[in-house]
Design a protein around this ligand. Structure first.
Ligand SMILES: [Mg+2]
Length: 324
């Protein structure tokens, strides 16, 4: 199947009767990138500052403190793509390969990089160890924002195997139990959505996390101006996801809360993209997303899915969607 109209919309993909899983995986990867690019505009703004500037921020316009070009993504998407490349070349999630890929990415002087990420990569270069020491303060959202390739490559694995694979990539920079628990929850939500789970099924997974650790309780105060703390991040993501019923509504709700909006956007986008599929992504966002990023997301989504135990076990068809 040729894909030739990606710059306008993805609706034609849905005409295909097979490959539902593949389409959801592509939706998740594009959702991550689109949430990042949309949220980057309003990162570090408060909801009232966003209202003053945009009334409602709902278009991909670039700008923000990073002076983004329209459709440009930040470290969230770039690190996911770096991790994805490492998994595709190693054939599995591998701590050493992930650390090397993150180090290469940092060498290319990214426009944005979190402090914990910078410190973890610097330590890897210094010591050669891809595992940073456990640290109670490293509960930022930097390991979670880039976790999508793990969800795709481990689809069909046990929860313990998914957790172990995630720790391999996460602990390069964030070796922290709260980060691990929150990220595993996101991975399970993405995988459940890929396999056809609905919002209620995703909420049940979020509620398991809350039962384990009450800090994640998202049922009370409205989350606004969330920090980079994984707990703040996921409370925001859950509120946006469960209060809306479309990809667009979830993303608009989420990024207008401001704060670490590129990362709340990226995580909401990967889950909502898996849940609603690429057909749920507004064409105006798809059109503006940087073309090289769009192609990389589509290619990686398919390649990573093919590595998954589910694919190996069932011979599930992932359509080859060649990208122009
Ligand atoms: Mg970012």
């Amino acid at each position: 199947m040729r894909v030739s109209a990606l710059s306008t919309d993805l609706l034609f993909l849905v005409d295909d009767s097979g490959g539902l899983l593949t389409r959801r995986a592509i939706g998740a990867y594009l959702g991550l990138a689109i949430g990042d690019a949309l949220g980057g505009t309003v990162e570090f703004l408060t909801p009232s500052e966003i209202r003053a500037a945009y009334r409602v921020h709902r278009d991909m316009v670039g700008g923000g403190w990073l002076r983004l070009r329209r459709g440009q993504v930040t470290d969230d998407t770039d690190m996911a793509l770096a991790l994805g490349r490492s998994i595709l070349s190693a054939g599995r999630v591998d701590a050493e390969a992930a650390a090397a890929a993150f180090s290469d990415w940092m060498r290319r002087k990214p426009i944005d990089i979190g402090n914990t990420v910078r410190r973890g990569i610097a330590a890897y270069r210094r010591t050669g160890s891809p595992e940073s020491p456990p640290c109670e303060y490293d509960a930022g959202n930097g390991a979670c924002m880039r976790c999508l390739p793990v969800a795709l490559a481990t689809l069909g694995s046990s929860i313990a195997q998914v957790d172990a694979a995630n720790r391999a990539q996460a602990h390069v920079t964030h070796n922290n139990p709260t980060s691990d628990a929150g990220t595993l929850c996101v991975l399970r939500m993405v995988q459940t959505a890929l396999l056809g789970g609905d919002r209620a099924a995703l909420a049940a997974i979020a509620d398991e996390l809350v039962a384990e650790d009450r800090m994640f309780d998202y049922s009370r105060k409205r989350s606004e101006n969330p920090s980079g703390f994984i707990v703040d991040t996921l409370r925001t993501v859950f509120q946006s996801l469960f209060a809306t019923d479309s990809f667009e509504a979830a993303l608009v709700d989420c990024v207008n809360r401001g704060g670490d909006a590129d990362t709340t956007g990226a995580i909401t986008g990967m889950i909502a993209g898996a849940l609603y599929g690429p057909a749920g992504i507004p064409p105006r966002w798809m059109r503006h997303l940087a073309q090289d990023v769009r192609h990389a997301c589509i290619e990686q989504a398919q390649g990573l899915l093919k590595l998954s135990p589910l694919f190996a076990a069932t011979g599930a068809q992932t359509q080859d969607l060649s990208v122009p």
